[in-house]
Design a protein around this ligand. Structure first.
Ligand code: NDP
Length: 316
């Protein structure tokens, strides 16, 4: 079994920032990138609110910059997915890709959160077949240029993606389950100002229609108590929020009812000594790249202090 000082799981802004700080502190961190290297920002276009980029920066470029900065100070960035952990007693063991075992003195968890789906069989089938069901307008909108698409959701993400799609598609239907949107006023205005976006309130998706590719979408309006079929649709986008990636920790770490890791107030400490959490995996409130990065810094400082205290106690 390989022994390391500091294992960082996840490669979003939180993980890379933790790596920068841990590496500069001499912890020789090893960072596993996970299934989606770079995390959610890889699916974004322009990021205008990350301090230090007055002209804005493309999401993938920001992540490439963070990775390069982490490597510059000696972080070992590895491809691989941590498939299990053993955190019983003093154990801090991670198993990578179901076989490779690592024993770490500290673990920083920055596994982020993943897109939610509606859970309809038709959605799943067409998504798995690559038939035009997607959770990322920026990634897949291009395939629907000058076509008609549907997007589900009413938060800031749905508004952002709907506005993006409206710039390239002929028509965008936005399916909102209540009679109002959750999104901020400014994001709602962005959607409402687009002539080719039609918002269908009080509406739920019943079925994504199509054999190999999306062809239409069946919508139920619960106010009028009737279903309609939107025809000639080529893309079905889902933007209804995210689920924290915490499944492998559920037997060991305290979480809230939605699965977000719980940390001690004002720190990144989980309920287990030497295990720290940062970024979207423990933050369902702010969920910004900059807050994730800030919490990554906190996690690295907490890990460094934990190791220093442990070392000092051995010397007494
Ligand atoms: P949110 O949790 O804010 O919104 C999810 C939306 O999906 C809600 O409107 C919800 O409806 C709807 N929804 C959930 N489940 C279903 C379902 N089964 N069927 C239909 N609709 C459903 O997630 P977001 O991803 O939009 O945003 C996450 C965070 O990121 C927020 O804090 C947001 O402000 C932030 N953000 C900010 C941006 C910006 O400022 N540029 C851009 C993107 C995100 P309901 O309202 O009825 O619950």
């Amino acid at each position: 079994m390989e022994h390391i000082h500091c294992l960082i799981i996840g490669s979003g802004p939180a993980g890379y920032t933790a790596a920068i700080y841990a590496a500069r502190a001499g912890l020789k961190p090893v960072l596993y990138q996970g299934e989606e290297p770079g995390g959610q920002l890889m699916l974004t276009t322009e990021v205008e609110n990350f301090p230090g980029y007055p002209e804005g920066v493309q999401g993938p470029q920001l992540m490439a910059d963070l990775e390069a900065q982490a490597k510059r100070f000696g972080t070992e960035v590895r491809t691989g997915f941590v498939t299990a952990v053993d955190l019983v007693g003093d154990n801090k063991i991670a198993i990578v890709d179901e076989k490779y075992k690592i024993n770490a003195d500290t673990i920083i968890i920055s596994t982020g959160a993943s897109a939610k789906w509606l859970g309809l069989p038709s959605e799943k089938r067409l998504r798995e077949a690559g038939g035009g069901v997607s959770s990322c307008a920026v990634c897949d909108g291009f395939f629907h240029r000058k076509k008609r698409v549907v997007i589900v959701g009413a938060g800031d993400s749905a508004c952002e993606e709907a506005a993006y799609l409206a710039n390239i598609c002929e028509k965008v239907y936005m399916i909102v389950r209540r009679d109002e949107m959750r999104a901020s006023k400014i994001m709602q205005a962005r959607v409402k100002n687009k002539e080719n976006i039609e918002i269908l309130y009080n509406s739920q998706t019943e079925e994504v229609i199509g054999n190999e590719f999306v062809e239409g979408v069946k919508i139920f309006n619960d106010k009028e108590n009737k279903s309609i079929i939107l025809e000639n649709i080529s893309g079905f986008f889902v933007a209804i929020g995210h689920t924290p990636n915490t499944n492998i920790f559920k037997d060991f770490l305290e979480m809230d009812e939605q699965g977000y890791l719980l940390t001690e107030k004002g720190s990144s400490k989980t309920n287990l000594k030497g295990i720290f959490a940062c970024g979207d995996v423990q933050d369902k409130t702010y969920r910004q790249a900059i807050t994730a990065a800030g919490s990554g810094c906190i996690a690295a400082l907490d890990a460094e202090r934990y190791l220093a205290e442990k070392e000092a106690s051995l010397l007494v």
